[in-house]
Design a protein around this ligand. Structure first.
Ligand code: TXA
Ligand code: MG
Length: 339
């Protein structure tokens, strides 16, 4: 057990965390998307500590974070021309590229795959920490596996207090959902996990952008998924979440008929909801919904919600990232109303 320290991101504290990481420890790190749980990507036993702390399945690979483009050369070879162009356009930022890995990356880090997901975060604190370590950092989202990702240092403590030595507190994450994950095909890229960098934005650099089937569909646990993370239970608050797809009017009608005392509605800002129904709001547009989704899912636990009826977000553009997460939070349970 640790007495987990919550540290402001001063140069001294960043150095302190870098020393912990260089000694084989794991540390909570802010990024612009969500908080990460960081270790030296080359250190097998440090990376094992991440899997143990999170309770993460061993075949789910970690993203490796870099602070400077040159670091990529120690992680991958045979980097396609398109990857360099995408890096130029979108790094530092919330884009993860899956590339062939070098032998320097241990198999625990890549979940046994011969590829590695690489990302250069935009968060200055994250990049300062990587620079202070002089090492690429493997970091999954800093939550217990299956729970919503963490978008503040306090959320990290809620999940991992006592299990890690320190969390750097970089405030609330700007984006709020995890990075867009892409792999490369001979004629373009494939989105394995949607994020705030959209298919249209990628299209401005790549000729073809395919959206993997697993983005909107349940991936069975016994098959080999393009991105192993797709097949696991994800983003779940304690409550059972149901997506209720239809107009606001039919949503309210459904809620009135089916809600009990400990049911909460998850609505868009501006939705007018009758006073006798419990409600939380998660933003008026896709960007705000992305920013607040995980925070609201955690708030629902604090409110002791047992059931949640959620309004369905946009299914394209930045909304696709929100829809992909909330679908998994709801274990793909959708009720269509007003048809
Ligand atoms: O924004 C983010 O990406 C955050 C911050 C901390 O950088 N990280 C994050 O990591 O969300 P994690 O481990 O929670 O999610 C990584 C996802 C998983 O779904 C994993 O399966 C996929 O990326 N992934 C990682 N490496 C991969 C690879 N080599 N091939 C296919 N999918 C990969
Ligand atoms: Mg995660």
């Amino acid at each position: 057990m640790f007495d987990t320290k919550l540290l402001s991101p001063t140069p001294e504290n960043i150095d302190y965390c870098a020393r912990l990481i260089k000694c084989g420890e794991i540390v909570g790190m802010p990024t612009e998307t969500v908080y990460g749980l960081a270790a030296n990507a080359f250190d097998e036993s440090a990376v094992r500590k991440i899997f143990a702390a999170k309770g993460r399945p061993a075949d789910n690979p970690l993203i490796v974070h870099i602070s400077d483009i040159d670091m990529i050369k120690t992680l991958s070879t045979d980097i396609p021309e398109l990857a360099w162009k995408l890096a130029e356009s979108f790094w530092p930022g919330p884009l993860t590229m899956v590339l062939p890995k070098t032998h320097k990356i241990p198999s625990v880090t890549s979940g046994g795959l011969d590829t590695v997901g690489i990302r250069m975060p935009k968060s200055p604190v994250a990049r300062e920490l990587i620079r202070a370590c002089l090492l690429p950092l493997a970091a999954p989202s800093a939550n217990i596996s299956g729970r919503p990702s963490t978008t503040s240092a306090l959320h990290v403590l809620n999940d991992l207090n006592g299990l890690i030595p320190a969390v750097l507190d970089g405030g609330e994450c700007e984006v709020g959902v995890e990075s867009t994950v892409i792999s490369f095909e001979s004629d373009g890229v494939r989105i394995l996990r949607p994020g705030i960098i959209t298919a249209d934005e990628l299209m401005s650099v790549a000729h073809n952008v395919f959206i993997d089937n697993g983005v909107l569909n349940e991936v069975s646990s016994d098959i080999k998924a393009a991105s192993p993370g797709m097949k696991y239970k994800h983003y779940s608050p304690k409550a059972k979440v149901v997506l209720v797809d239809g107009s606001l009017e039919s949503f309210i009608e459904y809620a009135k008929e089916n809600a009990s005392e400990d049911t909460f509605l998850m609505c868009f800002d501006g939705d007018e909801i009758p006073d006798d129904l419990n409600v939380v709001y998660y933003g008026k547009n896709s960007r705000e919904q992305a920013n607040r989704l995980f925070k609201v899912l955690r708030e629902l636990d604090e409110l002791n919600a047992k059931t949640v009826f959620a309004r369905v977000p946009e299914k394209s553009g930045e909304g696709l990232a929100v829809y992909n997460r909330i679908l998994r939070a709801a274990a793909f349970e959708i009720v269509r109303v007003g048809e």
